[in-house]
Structures are given as structure tokens and as C-alpha cells.
Design a binder for this molecule. Structure first.
Ligand code: AMP
Length: 233
């Protein structure tokens, strides 16, 4: 199965994707992470996009399209991709559907994590990532462990775009260009909304149940128990 995980910056897309990847043997295609790696490596592309990413704007559709085709086209990732951070506008959504078609695939579900702006500000300002293992922490909700080799403060990194002012810009970009995609996917009957304000474990459980249902793992379970909220405007 291929799924799109959707939501404003700081909604928990990365955190949840990392859990789901392990449980369902999927591949997380985070366009943001790919772009940040280019920036860290100071590649030609990285140097070109650094100021765009660090100011909270979107990089060009062409750049991200090449990046995702590179993954979609590989047999090892076929039908096991979580799109995290792509698509972010209608053109990207259409491009994704065309690319998947080209490689005989499709999107099976679009999960939206809904979170309000106040929570987002807290999540983004408290967020750090372990540069060794990639685990994501938050000073307010999920503080990093003390006295460990991995994940100790010397290995924790903050993202260049995780400041309050850039987070607000990213949220505005999300509302203006990305949020309209919800209706697009709702029309295609692909959208499931999960409350991203809930504790991490609970969100993970809900998402796991949605995926398991689609994968047919829970085919004997009474359907009404799993009547998840679908999107309404
Ligand atoms: P994220 O890690 O998803 O929050 O993305 C971080 C930043 O990378 C965004 O603010 C954009 O500058 C850039 N980016 C990530 N995905 C895309 C995309 N699909 N289209 C354009 N820019 C993107």
C-alpha cells in the first residue's frame, strides 16, 4: 500500500511515519528530510534551496518531483511508500497520481493529522532530532532521555526552519496552498482524519488500525467499530 500523511508543520507526520514504517515495513519518503540532507551535505541542490527552505517557503515543484520519481520508480519501494510532505499543492497531487500510474501504483489512503496553531507552535519550538538514530523529541511532550549515549544533548539537533517566525510562515503556506488538497482527496474518497492533538501512542494506534483494515489484517472485525471520521468542511 501507498499512503500520504498530511497535516500542518509540527502535526507529527514524521514521528508517526517512523512508527508506521517499522510496523508495516513501509518506506518513509519525507521530501523535507531529503531536502535537509542536501542542505547539510552542501550539494549543488542544497546550496540552491537552503534559503528557501530556511525561510519556510516551498521549493519548486520540479525539484521535488525528480526526487519522488527517483523513489517511486524503484522496485524495492513499490507499493510501500509513505509520502510525508508530498504533495503540498494541487499540481503536486496531480503529478503524484500520474507518476504512480506510470509505475502501476496508486494511493490507498490519505491520513490527515489535525492540530491547531497553538499546539503547533509548542511542538515546533520544543522539537529536536537525534543526529545518530533519527528519533524525534519534544521538550514539552516527549523529552529526550537523560544519561544515554545516543540521543544525549550533544547529538540533538534543531532544524534550521524550526523557529517561531518561520513556523508561522510555514503554517500560512500550509493553510493557503496545502489545505485545499483535503477537498481534492476527499472527493476521491481517500481521506481519513485523525486527531493529532491526542497522545502519540493513541494516534499511532488509530493510524495502525486504519492501515491494518486497508491491508486486510482486520478483516473479521465488525466494521462499525472502525468507522473513522471522514473529512467534512
Ligand atoms: P517538512 O520537513 O515536510 O516540514 O519540509 C520542510 C521544508 O522543505 C518545507 O518548508 C519546504 O521548504 C521544503 N519542502 C518539503 N516538501 C516539499 C514539497 N513537497 N514541495 C515544496 N517544498 C517542500
Amino acid at each position: 500500500m501507498n499512503l500520504v500523511i498530511f497535516g500542518p508543520p509540527g502535526a507529527g507526520k514524521g514521528t508517526q511515519s517512523k512508527f508506521i514504517v517499522k510496523k508495516f515495513n513501509l518506506f518513509q519518503l519525507s521530501t523535507g528530510e531529503f531536502l535537509r540532507k542536501e542542505i547539510r551535505d552542501k550539494s549543488e541542490l542544497g546550496l540552491k534551496i537552503a534559503s528557501i527552505v530556511n525561510s519556510g517557503h516551498l521549493v519548486s515543484d520540479d525539484v521535488v518531483s525528480k526526487l519522488i520519481e527517483n523513489i517511486i520508480s524503484k522496485d524495492e519501494y513499490k507499493n510501500r511508500i509513505i509520502f510525508d510532505g508530498y504533495p503540498r499543492n494541487i499540481d503536486q497531487a496531480k503529478n503524484l497520481s500520474n507518476l504512480l500510474k506510470k509505475y502501476n501504483q496508486k494511493i490507498d489512503v490519505v491520513l490527515k493529522l489535525s492540530v491547531n496553531l497553538e499546539t503547533i507552535k509548542k511542538r515546533i519550538s520544543g522539537r529536536s532530532t537525534c543526529s545518530i538514530c533519527g528519533k524525534i523529541y519534544n521538550d514539552f511532550y516527549n523529552p529526550p532521555p537523560q544519561n544515554t549515549d545516543c540521543c544525549s544533548s550533544k547529538f540533538l539537533q534543531k532544524r534550521g526552519d524550526d523557529t517561531l517566525s518561520v513556523a508561522t510562515k510555514r503554517f500560512e503556506t500550509y493553510e493557503k496552498t496545502t489545505e485545499p488538497l483535503l477537498e481534492y482527496y476527499n472527493q476521491l474518497n481517500l481521506l481519513k482524519v485523525v486527531n493529532g492533538e491526542n497522545p502519540i501512542d493513541q494516534i499511532y494506534k488509530e493510524i495502525s488500525e486504519i492501515i491494518a483494515l486497508i491491508e486486510g489484517w482486520l478483516c473479521n472485525i465488525t466494521p462499525y467499530k472502525y468507522a473513522f471520521k471522514t473529512y467534512t468542511q
